[in-house]
Design a binder for this molecule. Structure first.
Ligand SMILES: *[C@@H]1O[C@H](CO)[C@@H](O)[C@H](O)[C@H]1NC(C)=O
Ligand SMILES: *[C@@H]1O[C@H](CO)[C@@H](O)[C@H](O)[C@H]1NC(C)=O
Ligand SMILES: *[C@@H]1O[C@H](CO)[C@@H](O)[C@H](O)[C@H]1NC(C)=O
Ligand SMILES: *[C@@H]1O[C@H](CO)[C@@H](O)[C@H](O)[C@H]1NC(C)=O
Length: 450
């Protein structure tokens, strides 16, 4: 006799394995361009990575972050421009005496390990190094301290007896090249490097910084603003910057996610980046999926998906990459006890995009939907097409993917779930369409080549 329960379970398993949905990727219908995915090793974490790990463990840590075969294949690093009072934390630790006095910049060629970390990343092909100042040096600010907020002297409403330091701060920043940011969390005052700014203060400084870069032959450096604490705060600042005509000087709008995840488009013609994200609540956890907690890989996969699919993001950067003996936190992707390395589910969440969706790719649109499943699709500069599925539901989904303006000749598929991390799985390519099985509470990425 077949019990009712068994019969229901049988029915569920039948419908599970046969439910198939169809979607179409419109390869010529391009959306935002993707610049990449990354991490920072700021505040001395780069030096710890270099000095507390050596040989194979150090290589493995770098591979987890940057290798496109065994790791996440990250393509952006975010370095801190130091503003402290010692020679290892600033190129100008002491005031030269006044804003127009000659500044004796002195770089220690170490930058708390960030020189080493940048070189290692570049050896893996990383080209995007985002240098961001958390604060101006203390002597350039209203509170005469690099910490605890304070405003840049000379910005509207913030005069100082020592003078207007805006040009001097621009000269200081020009010492750093590539993507350049001059603010970090300007809407938050804290006991470490911090400086306040709203749109008005930023708008009184951005043209000076832009002109200073041009005069020094660094017109090719991309300016960003403003790394606010959360998406809505950055939206408000961006509206002010757009009305003040600042878009002509900037290349990227940058935001963190601590007081609000990127979940809708910020109105600007500039690219938008999420530049610092982390779980600041949990102890170290490597879990892919458990209870939906803050530290879990699936949680971060959802955040990245949401940013790409709904907030027009061109980049997503986690706070830190590799940390040694910091098991009280999950604000980084790979843990080490000094000898062995443990990747987290968060690292694999990044890998499901970053390893396959390379800098310069464009997101492309899709039609059709799959139950409980988020879909993002991309066209790489080499012509390959990548489709990333994120299934938050409890049943596996079989999906047939067709294409317009593209004929796939080969497909490779990879899954991540509680038992697999970017593991190769089979897919079926027939008649110009590929059929894949997206695991429950997991991801599948399929890469197609013509
Ligand atoms: C400039 O700074 C360097 C390094 O701190 C120091 O050795 C040198 O004497 C300074 N030069 C001047 C002119 O102050
Ligand atoms: C990535 O890892 C593979 C496999 O271990 C290795 O052969 C390759 O050299 C690594 N790539 C880089 C750039 O180090
Ligand atoms: C910008 O141009 C300068 C001077 O030609 C060069 O040294 C620097 O590497 C360039 N920077 C970028 C980000 O291309
Ligand atoms: C998305 O960002 C790009 C810049 O990267 C911009 O041109 C485009 O208008 C934005 N799309 C939407 C829907 O706002």
């Amino acid at each position: 006799m077949v019990s009712l329960v068994t019969f229901a379970a049988l029915l569920a398993s039948v419908s599970q394995s046969y439910a198939q949905t169809a979607i179409t990727v419109k390869v010529a219908s391009t959306l935002q361009q993707i610049d990449g995915f990354g991490v920072s090793q700021a505040f001395g974490r780069a030096a710890e990575f270099r000095d507390m790990l050596s040989g194979d463990p150090q290589r493995q840590g770098l591979d987890y972050l940057f290798n496109t075969t065994t790791g996440a294949g990250l393509t952006i690093i975010r370095n801190r421009i130091g503003s402290g009072t010692t020679a290892d934390d600033s190129i100008l630790p002491k005031s030269p005496g006044g804003p127009t006095a000659a500044a004796n910049y002195s770089f220690d060629d170490n930058d708390r390990g960030q020189v080493w970390f940048s070189q290692q990343a570049m050896a893996y092909g990383v080209k995007t190094i985002y240098a961001d100042a958390w604060s101006a040096p203390g002597f350039m600010k209203t509170n005469n301290n690099e910490n605890n907020g304070g405003y840049l002297c000379g910005t509207p409403g913030h005069s100082c007896s020592s003078g207007d330091w805006r040009q001097a701060y621009a000269d200081f920043l020009v010492q750093y090249v590539t993507q350049l940011g001059f603010l970090n969390e300007p809407d938050y005052v804290t006991s470490y490097s911090s400086m306040q700014s709203g749109a008005n203060e930023a708008a009184s400084f951005i043209p000076i910084l832009h002109d200073t870069l041009e005069k020094n032959g660094f017109g090719n450096v991309s300016l960003t603003c403003c790394d606010a604490m959360g998406w809505n705060s950055q939206r408000t600042i961006t509206q002010g910057l757009v009305s003040a005509g600042m878009e002509q000087y900037l290349k990227y709008i940058t935001s963190h996610m601590y007081t609000g995840d990127p979940n809708s488009v910020i109105s600007t013609k500039l690219k938008t980046w999420q530049t610092e994200a982390a779980d600041l609540q949990s102890r170290w956890c490597a879990t892919w999926y458990g209870s939906g907690g803050q530290c879990e890989g699936m949680t971060w996969a959802s955040k990245i998906h949401n940013g790409l699919a709904n907030a027009n993001l061109s980049a997503y950067i986690y706070w830190q990459g590799v940390e040694v003996n910091q098991f009280q936190a999950s604000s980084y992707l790979v843990a080490s006890d000094g000898k062995t390395l443990t990747p987290s589910g968060r690292l694999w969440a990044f890998a499901m995009w970053s390893r396959f969706v390379r800098p310069g790719a464009f997101r492309v649109s899709t039609t059709g939907s799959v139950s409980s499943t988020g879909i993002t699709a991309f066209k790489n500069t080499d012509g390959s097409v990548v489709v990333v599925f994120l299934n938050s539901g409890g049943s596996q989904q079989s999906v047939k993917v067709s294409f317009t303006d593209f004929t796939p000749a080969a497909a490779e598929a990879f899954v991540t779930d509680n038992t697999r991390s970017v593991a190769s799985v089979t897919s079926t390519l027939a008649g110009g369409a590929v059929t894949v099985s997206v695991p429950s509470r997991g991801m599948l990425t399929v890469k197609l080549t013509a």
